[in-house]
Design a protein around this ligand. Sequence first.
Ligand code: NAD
Length: 332
Amino acid sequence: MRAVVTGGAGFLGSHLCERLLQAEHEVVCVDNFLTSGPENIEHLMDDRRFQFRHRDITEGLDEPGEVDAVFHMASPASPADYLKLPLETLRVGSAGTWHALDLAAAKGARFLLASTSESYGDPLVHPQPESYWGHVNPVGPRSVYDEAKRFGEALTTAYRRSRGVDAKIVRIFNTFGPRMRPDDGRAIPTFIRQALSGEPITVTGDGKQTRSLCYVDDLVDGLMRMIGSSHGGPVNLGNPHEITMLELAQWISKLTESPSEIVLVPRPQDDPEKRRPSITLARELLDWNPMTPVEHGLRETVRDFRRRIDFDDLGTTSRRHPVTVVNGTAHR
Ligand code: NAD
Protein backbone atom coordinates (compact mmCIF):
# COMPACT_ATOMS: atom_id res chain seq x y z
CA MET A 1 0.00 0.00 0.00
CA ARG A 2 1.12 3.58 -0.66
CA ALA A 3 -0.50 5.81 1.95
CA VAL A 4 -0.73 9.59 2.25
CA VAL A 5 -0.92 10.74 5.88
CA THR A 6 -1.99 14.37 6.32
CA GLY A 7 -0.82 15.71 9.68
CA GLY A 8 1.72 12.88 9.63
CA ALA A 9 4.24 14.83 11.74
CA GLY A 10 1.76 15.22 14.60
CA PHE A 11 1.43 13.08 17.71
CA LEU A 12 -0.93 10.44 16.28
CA GLY A 13 0.19 10.91 12.67
CA SER A 14 3.85 10.15 13.43
CA HIS A 15 2.93 6.93 15.25
CA LEU A 16 0.70 5.97 12.32
CA CYS A 17 3.53 6.63 9.81
CA GLU A 18 5.79 4.41 11.92
CA ARG A 19 3.22 1.60 12.01
CA LEU A 20 2.64 1.79 8.24
CA LEU A 21 6.39 1.56 7.60
CA GLN A 22 6.69 -1.39 10.00
CA ALA A 23 4.01 -3.13 7.90
CA GLU A 24 6.18 -2.54 4.77
CA HIS A 25 3.91 0.13 3.28
CA GLU A 26 5.11 3.32 1.56
CA VAL A 27 4.24 6.56 3.32
CA VAL A 28 3.88 10.13 2.09
CA CYS A 29 3.65 12.38 5.13
CA VAL A 30 2.18 15.84 4.50
CA ASP A 31 2.44 18.47 7.20
CA ASN A 32 3.02 22.20 7.71
CA PHE A 33 4.16 21.83 11.37
CA LEU A 34 1.32 24.07 12.53
CA THR A 35 1.10 22.19 15.84
CA SER A 36 4.08 19.84 15.64
CA GLY A 37 7.74 19.80 14.72
CA PRO A 38 10.15 17.86 12.53
CA GLU A 39 11.59 16.03 15.56
CA ASN A 40 8.53 13.72 15.49
CA ILE A 41 9.50 12.29 12.10
CA GLU A 42 13.26 12.80 12.13
CA HIS A 43 13.86 9.09 12.79
CA LEU A 44 11.83 8.16 9.68
CA MET A 45 13.64 10.43 7.22
CA ASP A 46 16.28 7.87 6.23
CA ASP A 47 13.72 5.20 5.35
CA ARG A 48 13.50 5.13 1.55
CA ARG A 49 9.79 4.24 1.75
CA PHE A 50 9.11 7.47 3.66
CA GLN A 51 8.61 10.81 1.93
CA PHE A 52 7.89 14.11 3.57
CA ARG A 53 6.02 17.02 1.95
CA HIS A 54 6.09 20.32 3.82
CA ARG A 55 2.70 21.64 2.73
CA ASP A 56 -0.42 23.37 3.99
CA ILE A 57 -3.24 21.09 2.82
CA THR A 58 -5.80 23.90 2.89
CA GLU A 59 -4.03 25.22 -0.23
CA GLY A 60 -4.38 21.94 -2.14
CA LEU A 61 -3.16 18.36 -1.99
CA ASP A 62 -1.68 16.74 -5.10
CA GLU A 63 0.47 13.67 -5.05
CA PRO A 64 1.99 12.14 -8.19
CA GLY A 65 1.78 8.38 -8.67
CA GLU A 66 -0.49 5.79 -7.17
CA VAL A 67 -2.12 6.32 -3.81
CA ASP A 68 -4.02 3.48 -2.12
CA ALA A 69 -5.06 5.17 1.11
CA VAL A 70 -5.42 8.68 2.50
CA PHE A 71 -5.38 9.04 6.29
CA HIS A 72 -6.62 12.54 7.05
CA MET A 73 -5.14 13.37 10.46
CA ALA A 74 -4.31 17.08 9.94
CA SER A 75 -5.97 19.44 12.42
CA PRO A 76 -5.04 21.21 15.62
CA ALA A 77 -6.34 18.77 18.23
CA SER A 78 -5.76 20.08 21.73
CA PRO A 79 -8.12 22.74 23.13
CA ALA A 80 -5.15 25.08 23.75
CA ASP A 81 -4.17 24.78 20.07
CA TYR A 82 -7.56 25.19 18.46
CA LEU A 83 -8.56 28.06 20.74
CA LYS A 84 -5.36 29.83 19.64
CA LEU A 85 -5.89 28.83 15.98
CA PRO A 86 -9.67 29.08 15.42
CA LEU A 87 -9.67 29.99 11.72
CA GLU A 88 -6.86 27.57 10.83
CA THR A 89 -8.84 24.81 12.58
CA LEU A 90 -12.02 25.58 10.66
CA ARG A 91 -10.07 25.84 7.40
CA VAL A 92 -8.24 22.53 7.74
CA GLY A 93 -11.48 20.81 8.82
CA SER A 94 -13.33 22.19 5.79
CA ALA A 95 -11.01 23.05 2.86
CA GLY A 96 -8.32 20.61 4.09
CA THR A 97 -10.80 17.73 4.33
CA TRP A 98 -12.17 18.68 0.91
CA HIS A 99 -8.70 18.47 -0.67
CA ALA A 100 -7.90 15.20 1.07
CA LEU A 101 -11.18 13.68 -0.16
CA ASP A 102 -10.54 14.99 -3.69
CA LEU A 103 -7.15 13.27 -3.67
CA ALA A 104 -8.75 9.99 -2.57
CA ALA A 105 -11.46 10.35 -5.24
CA ALA A 106 -8.91 11.10 -7.99
CA LYS A 107 -6.71 8.13 -7.05
CA GLY A 108 -9.49 5.65 -6.25
CA ALA A 109 -7.94 5.43 -2.77
CA ARG A 110 -9.51 4.54 0.55
CA PHE A 111 -10.00 7.49 2.87
CA LEU A 112 -10.07 7.71 6.65
CA LEU A 113 -11.18 10.82 8.56
CA ALA A 114 -9.75 11.21 12.07
CA SER A 115 -12.86 12.63 13.70
CA THR A 116 -13.32 13.03 17.40
CA SER A 117 -15.39 12.40 20.49
CA GLU A 118 -15.84 16.19 20.47
CA SER A 119 -18.46 15.55 17.76
CA TYR A 120 -20.67 14.57 20.74
CA GLY A 121 -19.96 17.93 22.45
CA ASP A 122 -20.92 17.88 26.14
CA PRO A 123 -22.93 14.66 25.81
CA LEU A 124 -26.30 14.04 27.43
CA VAL A 125 -26.04 10.30 26.71
CA HIS A 126 -23.49 8.19 28.54
CA PRO A 127 -21.49 6.28 27.36
CA GLN A 128 -21.65 7.66 23.84
CA PRO A 129 -22.71 5.27 21.05
CA GLU A 130 -22.16 6.24 17.40
CA SER A 131 -25.94 6.66 16.98
CA TYR A 132 -25.94 9.65 19.40
CA TRP A 133 -26.07 12.96 17.48
CA GLY A 134 -24.35 14.99 20.13
CA HIS A 135 -24.83 18.15 22.18
CA VAL A 136 -22.65 20.89 20.73
CA ASN A 137 -22.79 24.63 21.36
CA PRO A 138 -22.35 25.96 17.78
CA VAL A 139 -21.14 29.37 18.93
CA GLY A 140 -19.14 28.34 22.02
CA PRO A 141 -15.34 28.63 22.00
CA ARG A 142 -14.87 24.91 21.27
CA SER A 143 -17.19 25.06 18.26
CA VAL A 144 -14.28 25.84 15.92
CA TYR A 145 -13.07 22.29 16.45
CA ASP A 146 -16.34 20.45 17.10
CA GLU A 147 -18.16 21.94 14.13
CA ALA A 148 -15.15 21.61 11.83
CA LYS A 149 -15.08 17.90 12.61
CA ARG A 150 -18.86 17.57 12.24
CA PHE A 151 -18.61 19.29 8.86
CA GLY A 152 -15.76 16.93 7.95
CA GLU A 153 -17.99 13.96 8.84
CA ALA A 154 -20.81 15.33 6.66
CA LEU A 155 -18.39 15.94 3.76
CA THR A 156 -16.86 12.48 4.09
CA THR A 157 -20.33 10.91 4.07
CA ALA A 158 -21.31 12.97 1.00
CA TYR A 159 -18.19 11.79 -0.91
CA ARG A 160 -19.02 8.24 0.06
CA ARG A 161 -22.64 8.53 -1.07
CA SER A 162 -22.33 10.72 -4.15
CA ARG A 163 -18.82 10.03 -5.45
CA GLY A 164 -18.46 6.40 -4.39
CA VAL A 165 -15.27 7.05 -2.39
CA ASP A 166 -14.47 4.23 0.06
CA ALA A 167 -14.46 6.78 2.87
CA LYS A 168 -14.43 5.95 6.57
CA ILE A 169 -14.91 7.91 9.77
CA VAL A 170 -13.45 7.10 13.16
CA ARG A 171 -14.30 9.13 16.26
CA ILE A 172 -11.19 9.17 18.39
CA PHE A 173 -11.50 9.59 22.16
CA ASN A 174 -8.69 10.98 24.34
CA THR A 175 -5.47 9.29 23.34
CA PHE A 176 -2.07 9.70 24.94
CA GLY A 177 1.49 8.51 24.68
CA PRO A 178 5.05 9.46 23.77
CA ARG A 179 5.59 12.58 21.61
CA MET A 180 2.75 14.63 23.07
CA ARG A 181 3.87 18.23 23.48
CA PRO A 182 4.40 19.14 27.15
CA ASP A 183 2.67 22.49 26.54
CA ASP A 184 -0.24 21.26 24.41
CA GLY A 185 -2.70 21.91 27.23
CA ARG A 186 -4.18 18.40 27.42
CA ALA A 187 -4.45 16.87 30.88
CA ILE A 188 -1.81 14.12 30.67
CA PRO A 189 1.08 16.15 29.22
CA THR A 190 0.21 19.07 31.50
CA PHE A 191 0.16 16.91 34.64
CA ILE A 192 3.40 15.12 33.68
CA ARG A 193 5.18 18.40 32.90
CA GLN A 194 4.01 19.93 36.16
CA ALA A 195 4.90 16.81 38.16
CA LEU A 196 8.40 16.55 36.65
CA SER A 197 9.19 20.23 37.02
CA GLY A 198 7.88 20.49 40.59
CA GLU A 199 5.12 22.96 39.70
CA PRO A 200 1.65 22.56 41.26
CA ILE A 201 -0.45 20.01 39.37
CA THR A 202 -3.51 21.98 38.24
CA VAL A 203 -6.80 20.08 38.16
CA THR A 204 -9.77 22.05 36.82
CA GLY A 205 -13.11 22.36 38.63
CA ASP A 206 -13.60 19.88 41.45
CA GLY A 207 -11.65 17.23 39.52
CA LYS A 208 -14.66 14.89 39.35
CA GLN A 209 -15.09 15.26 35.57
CA THR A 210 -14.06 12.08 33.79
CA ARG A 211 -12.14 11.11 30.67
CA SER A 212 -11.32 7.72 29.22
CA LEU A 213 -7.75 7.39 28.08
CA CYS A 214 -6.48 5.22 25.23
CA TYR A 215 -2.81 4.45 24.65
CA VAL A 216 -1.51 5.52 21.24
CA ASP A 217 -0.43 2.02 20.10
CA ASP A 218 -3.96 0.71 20.57
CA LEU A 219 -5.45 3.66 18.75
CA VAL A 220 -3.14 3.22 15.75
CA ASP A 221 -4.08 -0.46 15.67
CA GLY A 222 -7.73 0.66 15.41
CA LEU A 223 -6.91 3.01 12.51
CA MET A 224 -5.16 0.19 10.64
CA ARG A 225 -8.10 -2.16 11.18
CA MET A 226 -10.56 0.49 10.01
CA ILE A 227 -8.71 1.28 6.77
CA GLY A 228 -8.57 -2.43 6.01
CA SER A 229 -12.26 -2.99 6.69
CA SER A 230 -15.25 -2.58 4.41
CA HIS A 231 -17.09 -0.37 6.92
CA GLY A 232 -17.67 3.36 6.57
CA GLY A 233 -18.41 4.14 10.19
CA PRO A 234 -18.52 6.33 12.13
CA VAL A 235 -16.82 4.00 14.59
CA ASN A 236 -15.70 5.08 18.08
CA LEU A 237 -12.11 4.29 19.02
CA GLY A 238 -11.17 4.80 22.64
CA ASN A 239 -10.73 3.12 25.96
CA PRO A 240 -14.01 2.76 27.89
CA HIS A 241 -12.16 2.72 31.22
CA GLU A 242 -13.17 6.04 32.80
CA ILE A 243 -11.26 7.95 35.46
CA THR A 244 -11.68 11.33 37.12
CA MET A 245 -9.15 14.09 36.50
CA LEU A 246 -8.30 14.11 40.20
CA GLU A 247 -7.51 10.38 40.11
CA LEU A 248 -5.36 10.94 37.03
CA ALA A 249 -3.40 13.73 38.73
CA GLN A 250 -2.83 11.53 41.81
CA TRP A 251 -1.71 8.63 39.62
CA ILE A 252 0.82 10.76 37.73
CA SER A 253 2.07 12.31 40.95
CA LYS A 254 2.71 8.81 42.34
CA LEU A 255 4.35 7.46 39.17
CA THR A 256 6.75 10.40 38.94
CA GLU A 257 7.36 10.52 42.70
CA SER A 258 6.67 14.23 42.41
CA PRO A 259 6.86 16.70 45.29
CA SER A 260 4.19 18.84 43.53
CA GLU A 261 0.94 19.59 45.32
CA ILE A 262 -2.37 19.12 43.48
CA VAL A 263 -4.39 22.36 43.24
CA LEU A 264 -7.89 23.05 41.91
CA VAL A 265 -8.26 25.84 39.30
CA PRO A 266 -11.35 27.16 37.43
CA ARG A 267 -12.87 24.96 34.75
CA PRO A 268 -12.85 26.18 31.10
CA GLN A 269 -16.17 27.00 29.38
CA ASP A 270 -18.04 24.07 27.77
CA ASP A 271 -15.56 21.56 29.19
CA PRO A 272 -17.40 18.21 28.93
CA GLU A 273 -18.43 16.61 32.22
CA LYS A 274 -18.10 13.00 31.11
CA ARG A 275 -16.49 11.20 28.21
CA ARG A 276 -16.61 7.51 27.65
CA PRO A 277 -16.94 5.67 24.34
CA SER A 278 -19.22 2.80 23.66
CA ILE A 279 -16.91 0.53 21.65
CA THR A 280 -19.39 -2.24 20.90
CA LEU A 281 -19.23 -1.39 17.18
CA ALA A 282 -15.41 -1.40 17.05
CA ARG A 283 -15.43 -4.78 18.82
CA GLU A 284 -18.01 -6.23 16.43
CA LEU A 285 -16.83 -4.75 13.14
CA LEU A 286 -13.07 -4.53 13.66
CA ASP A 287 -12.47 -7.07 16.43
CA TRP A 288 -10.68 -4.19 18.16
CA ASN A 289 -10.11 -3.69 21.86
CA PRO A 290 -7.67 -1.40 23.67
CA MET A 291 -5.13 -3.80 25.16
CA THR A 292 -2.61 -1.55 26.93
CA PRO A 293 -3.15 -0.91 30.65
CA VAL A 294 -3.35 2.84 31.31
CA GLU A 295 -0.58 2.58 33.91
CA HIS A 296 1.82 1.06 31.35
CA GLY A 297 0.95 3.86 28.90
CA LEU A 298 1.54 6.52 31.57
CA ARG A 299 4.95 5.01 32.43
CA GLU A 300 5.97 5.05 28.74
CA THR A 301 4.83 8.65 28.39
CA VAL A 302 6.71 9.77 31.51
CA ARG A 303 9.85 8.00 30.24
CA ASP A 304 9.51 9.80 26.88
CA PHE A 305 9.09 13.19 28.58
CA ARG A 306 12.18 12.58 30.74
CA ARG A 307 14.19 11.59 27.65
CA ARG A 308 13.11 14.52 25.46
CA ILE A 309 12.78 17.47 27.76
CA ASP A 310 14.92 19.34 30.24
CA PHE A 311 12.90 20.24 33.32
CA ASP A 312 14.64 22.88 35.36
CA ASP A 313 13.83 23.94 38.88
CA LEU A 314 11.88 26.94 37.66
CA GLY A 315 9.36 24.80 35.81
CA THR A 316 10.39 25.95 32.34
CA THR A 317 10.99 23.28 29.76
CA SER A 318 13.14 23.04 26.67
CA ARG A 319 13.74 20.39 24.09
CA ARG A 320 16.98 18.46 24.39
CA HIS A 321 17.59 18.19 20.65
CA PRO A 322 15.97 20.90 18.51
CA VAL A 323 15.54 19.79 14.88
CA THR A 324 14.76 21.69 11.67
CA VAL A 325 13.78 20.31 8.28
CA VAL A 326 15.09 21.82 5.05
CA ASN A 327 14.00 20.35 1.69
CA GLY A 328 12.69 17.20 3.32
CA THR A 329 15.88 16.55 5.34
CA ALA A 330 16.17 16.84 9.12
CA HIS A 331 19.03 18.86 10.67
CA ARG A 332 20.05 19.27 14.28
P1 NAD B 1 -1.36 17.07 16.54
O1 NAD B 1 -1.63 18.53 16.71
O2 NAD B 1 -0.21 16.48 17.24
O3 NAD B 1 -1.24 16.70 15.00
C1 NAD B 1 -1.94 17.38 13.99
C2 NAD B 1 -1.00 17.59 12.83
O4 NAD B 1 -1.69 18.25 11.76
C3 NAD B 1 0.20 18.48 13.19
O5 NAD B 1 1.40 17.86 12.78
C4 NAD B 1 -0.07 19.76 12.40
O6 NAD B 1 1.11 20.44 12.08
C5 NAD B 1 -0.81 19.21 11.20
N1 NAD B 1 -1.61 20.22 10.50
C6 NAD B 1 -2.53 21.06 11.03
N2 NAD B 1 -3.04 21.84 10.06
C7 NAD B 1 -2.43 21.49 8.89
C8 NAD B 1 -2.51 21.96 7.55
N3 NAD B 1 -3.35 22.95 7.20
N4 NAD B 1 -1.74 21.38 6.60
C9 NAD B 1 -0.88 20.36 6.94
N5 NAD B 1 -0.75 19.88 8.20
C10 NAD B 1 -1.52 20.46 9.16
O7 NAD B 1 -2.72 16.33 16.97
P2 NAD B 1 -3.00 14.78 17.21
O8 NAD B 1 -3.32 14.61 18.63
O9 NAD B 1 -1.94 13.96 16.60
O10 NAD B 1 -4.36 14.59 16.39
C11 NAD B 1 -4.35 14.08 15.07
C12 NAD B 1 -5.78 13.98 14.54
O11 NAD B 1 -6.55 13.12 15.39
C13 NAD B 1 -6.49 15.33 14.52
O12 NAD B 1 -7.29 15.41 13.36
C14 NAD B 1 -7.37 15.28 15.75
O13 NAD B 1 -8.53 16.06 15.59
C15 NAD B 1 -7.69 13.80 15.85
N6 NAD B 1 -7.97 13.42 17.25
C16 NAD B 1 -6.97 13.30 18.16
C17 NAD B 1 -7.28 12.94 19.48
C18 NAD B 1 -6.22 12.74 20.52
O14 NAD B 1 -6.55 12.37 21.65
N7 NAD B 1 -4.95 12.94 20.23
C19 NAD B 1 -8.62 12.76 19.85
C20 NAD B 1 -9.60 12.94 18.89
C21 NAD B 1 -9.28 13.25 17.59
